[in-house]
Design a protein around this ligand. Structure first.
Ligand SMILES: [Zn+2]
Ligand SMILES: [Zn+2]
Length: 171
């Protein structure tokens, strides 16, 4: 079985490397677009990649403001849009009315799926090559070529249900 579950956070050093490589990638994008570097944008980028996981824009704004109170809401939104447009961040919407982004540097950002607890908001990531392959097969059968895929399963986590996790061992 190829389904794996893991926690949101990567080891610290891997995170640092990811931040650095994302910053380099962004510098290249800005150069190509002829945009000047801005200190405020840098603060947003550094904070976002430093937070890791699935970052809600409102939470990001709060953290950014702690680093530099002058950074405006518009700068945060514009910067995140820029990152998303250039494949450095993946927009996520888990239906709770909070816009979120996930660093594209996060391992397998484009192929992992999410379980979202409707009780406490916990987000668990999983990867299943079987689910992905099946989706591609369904798409092909209908003459589609998949560009983007998204699987979100909503329900209540083991803690909210008051039971131990991993009830099921074999799927
Ligand atoms: Zn829960
Ligand atoms: Zn994720």
């Amino acid at each position: 079985m190829s389904t794996t579950t893991r926690q949101d956070r990567e080891p610290r050093s891997a995170e640092r490397d990811a931040v650095r490589s994302a910053e380099r990638a962004l510098a290249r994008v800005l150069e190509e677009k002829g945009l000047r570097r801005s200190r405020q944008r840098d603060v947003v980028v550094r904070t976002f990649f430093g937070m890791g996981g699935h970052v809600a824009v409102d939470a990001l704004l709060e953290q950014v403001r702690r680093a530099d109170p002058r950074v405006g809401v518009a700068t945060v939104y514009r910067t995140m849009k820029l990152l998303a447009e250039h494949g450095l961040a993946v927009p996520r919407d888990f239906g709770d009315g909070r816009a979120r982004y996930e660093p594209a540097t996060h391992r397998h950002a484009h192929s992992h799926d999410h379980l979202i607890c409707t009780g406490c908001g916990t987000i668990v990531e999983f990867e299943s090559h079987r689910i992905e392959a099946l989706q591609h097969r369904v798409a092909r059968r209908h003459g589609f070529e998949v560009e983007r895929r998204r699987v979100e399963l909503y329900g209540r986590c083991a803690r909210c249900r008051g039971v131990e996790g991993n009830e099921e061992t074999a799927a």
